[in-house]
Design a protein around this ligand. Structure first.
Ligand code: EPU
Length: 420
């Protein structure tokens, strides 16, 4: 298993390019199942999760090819299987995103029910409720969601009980080829949902209300092919900005989108960062100062993202003052706390709240990643710590951060990967 070895206490300096968004690329690739015509998708990040969804699409009969400009051409004209096996779904929950497209285009899908994961139980009841409202028959049998639609799905008015990102995406994809109008109330507002809707509209779907909590989807008979460019990754953006803040550095991020990271920029500004933005770039300068602790509570977009909570916790460990972080989305997303404590962090947990008293510096230690964003927080802590930190089980980070050690090295970090 690979490990990252970091020699910390080096301010990050320089420029780095942000990759396409994992959480937009995954639903967009799943949505390409909705059309028999080829689609060409640009700005796909090189990530393990992307490889997983490509294998899943491949098993179903989709042809996926990489062109000379690193664009993916996806051709789902000859699908022969409507099955997403346990072996793949258990490695990536987002595989459940094939349910809506398969059911809508073929009237049939057998998708392994994703189990719980390290950060929470994460049920998919809202996905299923939406599809049942559109006329699907759904049974859970031997660990599989068996979804059938004898005739075309019917448009329906759906009120989501809770705000769910992939739930909104799955229902939106199912509705695109349904007969009539579907209205999704209490839809999630994440920019990746708007990106998916823009992709589908580029293929001829009729989706409106993007960026609001009510999405209106007028079903069409079929979708065409097309070209699309995935939006930049806002969590990768926030992670690199936090890395520069925690190391008292100065960096510029290119190929990003400042308008989708407002809540993160506001917190980093509170931490003392000097931030400038352009249409597709962000620069951040700590002017060699120690960061200040920040308080935050995670919540659905546009509030502060749960996917940045662990990284901000790392920041608070070495900040001036005491920071209070409340996690409201997932019930078990504090697994990084024990690892940060092993580096000397002073964090106490009370239910879903972490109270962190900043110390002068962390001391490098061997650590273990438990999930994707937790591993990012350990890397950030290692970059700021005195001495050597190792981060084991780094396969978690490869799921969501493209070329992380190359990008951090480019910014002057002393980091390398070793294989045990
Ligand atoms: N939930 C239900 N029932 C459902 C669906 C969700 O109770 O049917 C609950 C979940 O258990 C959770 C809350 O609703 O407590 C919100 O979960 P959501 O469905 O929004 O999460 P998700 O769609 O499974 C996506 C991202 C996650 C990100 C969350 C929250 C993708 C592929 N994944 O997950 O990304 O944390 O939204 O923003 O888009 C990551 O990238 O590290 C990651 C975990």
């Amino acid at each position: 298993m690979d490990k990252l070895i970091i020699h910390g206490n080096v301010p990050l300096r320089g420029e780095v390019r942000i990759s396409g968004a994992k959480n937009a690329a995954l639903p967009i690739l799943a949505a390409s199942l909705l059309t028999p015509a080829p689609v060409i998708i640009a700005n796909i990040p090189h990530l393990h999760d992307v490889t997983t969804i490509i294998s899943l699409l491949g098993q179903m009969g989709t042809r996926v090819t990489l062109d000379e400009c690193s664009n993916l051409e996806v051709d789902a004209s000859s699908i022969h299987s409507y099955h997403a096996p346990y072996e793949l779904v258990r490695t990536m929950r987002a595989s459940v995103l094939v349910l809506g497209p398969l059911l809508s285009r073929f009237g049939e899908a057998d998708v392994s029910l994703p189990g719980g994961c390290a950060i929470g139980t994460r049920p998919v009841d809202q996905h299923l409720k939406g599809m049942i409202a559109m006329g699907a028959k759904i049974e859970v049998e031997k660990g599989y969601i068996k979804a059938r639609a004898k005739k075309r799905l019917q448009g329906a008015t759906i009120v989501m009980d809770i705000v769910t990102v992939t739930g909104t995406e799955n229902i939106m994809m199912a509705a695109v080829l349904a007969k009539g109008r579907t209205i999704i109330h209490n839809a999630a507002l994440e920019p990746e949902i708007e990106d998916l809707a823009n992709f589908l509209n580029a293929l001829g779907a009729k989706i409106s209300g993007m960026g609001t909590s009510t999405l209106i989807i007028d079903g069409v008979d079929e979708l065409s092919g097309g070209n699309y460019q995935v939006l930049p990754d806002r969590i990768e953006t926030g992670t690199y900005l936090t890395a520069a803040t925690i190391t008292r550095g100065k960096i510029k991020l290119k190929n990003t989108r400042p308008t989708i990271v407002d809540s993160i920029l506001i917190k980093l500004h509170e931490a003392g960062a000097h931030i400038e933005t352009g249409v597709d770039w962000i620069s951040l300068d700590m002017k060699d100062n120690r960061p200040r602790a920040v308080n935050l509570s995670t919540a659905p977009y546009p509030a502060f993202p749960t996917d940045m909570q662990a990284q901000m916790m790392a920041l608070n460990t070495v900040a001036e003052g005491t920071g209070i972080i409340t996690e409201t989305i997932f019930e078990n997303r504090f697994m990084h706390v024990q690892e940060l404590q092993r580096m000397g962090a002073q964090i106490s947990l009370k239910g879903n709240t972490a109270i962190c008293k900043g110390i002068d510096h962390l001391i490098g230690a061997p650590t273990m990643a438990t999930d994707l964003r937790a591993s990012a927080s350990l890397v950030l802590a290692g970059l700021a710590a005195h001495g050597e930190t190792s981060v084991d089980r780094i396969y978690h980070i490869d799921r969501g951060y493209a070329c992380i050690e190359e990008k951090l090295s480019q910014l002057g970090a002393r980091i390398h990967r070793v294989s045990n």
